[in-house]
Design a protein around this ligand. Structure first.
Ligand SMILES: Cc1cc2nc3c(=O)[nH]c(=O)nc-3n(C[C@H](O)[C@H](O)[C@H](O)COP(=O)(O)OP(=O)(O)OC[C@H]3O[C@@H](n4cnc5c(N)ncnc54)[C@H](O)[C@@H]3O)c2cc1C
Length: 339
């Protein structure tokens, strides 16, 4: 029997640690409970918010609808020659899945070590780090369609993955609840060590022929040294996406700002480092009221204690304005704004 709670504080359910209440709250432990939940028409017509680990959202206000916390567990694995197929429940903690694979020498997730959050949220923004994105290892996912009450399987192509994008953030936004994700890994590593910091750290440890575990440990080490730990200081990782601009606009910017940090992007475009742009506007390490940017990485907005979602949101708007004024580049928020 589903337990629907009323007026639940979400403070401990979001890594920003902002206080906001959910009018209704339910935890889903099995996929069939979703059908049971939506049999009651009142939930179909009420605003819903699907919640995993709350590590990629900013709760700007109280949420007047039903918060659905996904806690569907279970990891199954199958080996076929050199291929490994993993089926994981949406409520599994992402890094637990990474560790599950690393200790069994299943290759593919090691660069994505220590990303907070749940398995079910990983396709939503096609999580990525250190040159690897979810789409590189994603096979399919199973999702519940709220309108029809049925389950549908989405292939990699169906998900229309892009840089921090998927179909679930765009045309199908709010229509599906992911209940499990299937990954295609391998017994034979094909390491992506293109990020300088990984190679440097491996070299510093005297490792010439890294194992899957080595890469995972090095990635985790680099992340811990660069990013604030949400259990000590509230944050949601990178608050903004790295902007992608066309080559002509980039050429113009590079003339004015020769040191501009940039990376090649597909379709003759250029990706700029949002953290660098923000830093150039003087925001790095700034404290404004209860919020601010992280001292080591201006791309990360933090809650210094007691910040409201509104405060963080309005601070992020100030940053967007100043970057636009200086560079003519409009930053987009990566974090999901819930208002
Ligand atoms: C310190 C820190 C570092 C981070 N580093 C990275 C990084 O390197 N790379 C990266 O890509 N991200 C990073 N993030 C962001 C975050 O970890 C990921 O986006 C993660 O996938 C969010 O998972 P979650 O379960 O917390 O999602 P939530 O915040 O709970 O939800 C995020 C969005 O997904 C939706 N959603 C969640 N679960 C489901 C589901 N089962 N079905 C349908 N919709 C769902 C929610 O409604 C919401 O819109 C970082 C965050 C932090 C705090």
């Amino acid at each position: 029997m589903l337990q629907i709670q009323r007026n639940v504080s979400l403070k401990n359910f979001n890594t920003f640690g902002v206080d906001a209440n959910a009018a209704y709250f339910v935890e889903i432990n099995h996929k069939d409970e979703l059908a049971e939940l939506f049999m009651d028409p009142q939930w179909k017509h009420m605003g819903t918010l699907v919640l995993g680990g709350g590590s990629n959202m900013l709760l700007v206000n109280d949420f007047g609808g039903l918060v659905i916390r996904i806690n569907i567990r279970g990891i199954e694995h199958r080996i076929s020659q050199q291929d490994v197929f993993i089926d994981a429940g949406a409520g599994e903690v992402w890094n637990d899945l990474v560790n599950f694979c690393v200790i069994r020498n299943y290759a593919g997730l090691e660069n994505l070590s220590l990303i907070p959050g749940s398995v079910g949220a990983s396709p939503i923004q096609n999580i990525g780090a250190y040159g690897v994105e979810l789409k590189d290892v994603f096979y399919s996912c199973c999702a519940f369609e709220v309108a029809s009450g049925t389950f549908k399987t989405f292939s990699n192509a169906d998900c229309k993955f892009g840089y921090r994008e998927s179909v679930f953030k765009n045309e199908l936004k709010g229509q599906y609840i992911i209940v499990s994700v299937k990954f295609h890994l391998s017994l034979i590593p094909n390491f992506n060590l293109s990020y300088g910091a990984i190679g440097q750290e491996l070299a510093a440890r005297g490792i010439n022929e890294p194992t899957i575990k080595d890469v995972s440990q090095v990635v985790s080490y680099i992340r811990v040294s660069k990013l604030p730990d949400p259990s000590t200081i509230g944050n949601a990782g990178s608050f903004f996406k790295n902007p992608v601009i066309d080559a002509a606009q980039f050429a113009e910017l590079q003339l004015r700002f020769p040191a501009i940090v940039h990376y090649p992007a597909p379709h003759n475009q250029v990706k700029l480092a949002a953290g660098w742009l923000i830093e150039q506007c003087g925001w790095k390490g700034k404290v404004v009221g209860h919020t601010g940017t992280w001292k080591n990485q201006a791309l990360v907005l933090v809650n210094h204690g007691g910040a409201t979602g509104e405060e963080v949101y309005s601070f992020s708007s100030q940053i967007i304005d100043s970057v636009y004024t200086k560079f003519g580049v409009m930053l987009q928020r990566e974090v999901n704004i819930i208002s």
